[in-house]
Design a protein around this ligand. Structure first.
Ligand code: PLP
Length: 450
């Protein structure tokens, strides 16, 4: 289908910038797989980072900038559709007809590019303040693409408290001659020690999961530029989402997400996104995605785009509930890890690089048996891996999401076996507190009267 009428520019978008169509990069234009025009203009200014900030939208020469809660629902798509649909259509097609044997339009084959995927990628790039963003089939697929930037013999520096699947993929890469140095990335001295000219990637999660420890993003970027000039700093920003933390603005080269979590928000989709700050990295990442065929399918792109529109309201509510739950648990004398608590040891650092504490917290009970009793006595919290869903979830990471990390390694990395992780949803906070309270009573951790 060839749609020819140009879309109207959104009122706040100067047509010369955000909606502009740039020529495909050289990496892709040389093949028959054309690159869709997904490059977006970098953010002209740092906007207020969340809806809670009360500064008024400023008007620059590039047009007004909106707060993130507005940005998430405002699509600046350059989709050429004659009917001006309010919702981005699903282009459920593998191929696009060419205009002649040797010329084709913006798209020719969905592995290489699809209009629904382009709309999603432009939207994500805007939210992350990225030069360009990409949508792939899962969070692990995003990391797989990123690690293909590493050559045999080069090294990766990564944390010790990391997502189980990340640990598994890095372990697999050892067999390909790519070594990972695991250090405590929340300790700059350990990061400095691990960096060298052979380092290709520095991989951060912050706050870490499930221990909720904070890495100094700008500090790691600075050290990396000094000591490892060939390295790219990569942040797995899944825990915070671009609504609460924007690592590219702190100098990071690549930010990626499991879109399965907060971006989607409903646990009904697997997806990953990669947002990059430079054209060179964008070309390399696009090449790998097109070569390996992991681009997100059109229907899934549409679902993710729909999920992202409510990211702001979900995050605000989930975070508010998480504060209430964390305060309740702390009041019972339990050891709670949550960046929103005044007792959180790295609160100042977290607040300096994020605009909120998020909705994932963990706590220790002192015994795995007690923890198991609590987890199994909860009625409202589902026992489930993952997070970012509108429903509240409870888990024991050492038995579930992090079980793929061998027990002795978990011990070395000081991951407490009794740790309980809570991922807070959008329910009424008082119901969540009451459910946890009755579970603590069952486990004889709390008195029956609140
Ligand atoms: C879930 C998750 C991943 C992996 O994403 P999938 O979409 O499950 O492949 C990576 N990093 C973090 C922090 C995650 O929570």
């Amino acid at each position: 289908m060839q749609c020819t009428s140009a879309p109207p520019s959104p009122p706040h978008t100067p047509s010369s910038q955000s909606g502009s169509v740039q020529p495909p990069s050289s990496a892709s234009s040389s093949s028959s797989d054309s690159a869709p025009a997904t490059a977006v203009a970098p953010n002209p200014a740092t906007p207020p980072a969340s809806g809670t900030v009360s500064a008024s939208a400023s008007s620059t020469s590039l047009g007004p900038r909106y707060r993130l809660a507005t940005q998430v629902v405002t699509l600046e798509s350059s989709l050429k559709d004659p009917y001006n649909p309010a919702s981005t259509p699903i282009y459920q097609t593998a191929t696009f007809k060419q205009t002649s044997a040797d010329a084709h339009g913006e798209y020719d084959y969905t592995r290489s590019g699809n209009p629904t995927r382009t709309a999603l990628e432009k939207h994500v790039a805007k939210l992350c303040g990225a030069h360009r963003a990409f949508a792939v089939s899962s969070g692990m697929s995003a990391l797989d693409v990123i690690t293909r930037l590493v050559r045999t013999g080069q090294e990766i520096v990564a944390g010790t408290d990391i997502y189980g699947g990340t640990n598994r993929l890095l372990k697999f890469l050892e067999g390909q001659g790519i070594h990972t140095k695991h250090v405590d990335t929340t300790d700059l001295a350990q990061v400095a020690e691990a960096l060298g000219t052979n380092t290709r990637l520095v991989l951060l999660e912050t706050p870490t999961n499930p221990l909720i420890r904070v890495a100094d993003i700008a500090g790691v970027v600075r050290l990396t530029r000094e000591r490892a000039p060939n390295a790219l700093v990569v942040v797995d920003n899944t825990m915070m989402s671009p609504y609460l933390q924007r690592p590219l603005e702190l100098g990071v080269d690549i930010e990626y997400h499991s879109g399965t979590k907060y971006l989607c928000g409903h646990h009904d989709l697997m997806a990953g996104v990669i947002a990059v700050s430079s054209p060179k990295v964008a070309d390399d990442v696009y090449f790998i995605i097109n070569a390996s065929g992991c681009g997100l399918a059109p229907f899934d792109c549409w679902l993710l785009l729909r999920g992202i529109k409510t990211l702001g309201v979900r995050m605000e509510k989930q975070q508010q509930n998480a504060h209430r739950v964390a305060q309740f648990l702390e009041s019972t004398g339990l050891r709670v890890h949550y960046p929103g608590l005044a007792s959180f040891p790295q609160k100042a650092l977290h607040d300096s690089q994020s605009t909120g504490a998020g909705a994932v917290l963990s706590f220790e009970t002192g015994s795995t048996e007690t923890s198991q009793l609590i987890v199994e006595a909860c009625k409202l919290f589902s026992i489930s891996v993952s997070f970012g869903c509108v429903n509240s979830l409870i888990s024991m990471p050492c038995r579930m999401s992090h079980a793929s990390i061998p027990a002795h390694v978990r011990k070395e990395r000081a991951l407490p076996e009794d740790l309980i992780r809570l991922c807070i949803g959008i329910e009424d906070a008082e119901d969540l507190v009451e459910d946890l309270h009755q579970a603590l009573v069952v486990a004889k951790v709390a008195a029956p009267v609140l």
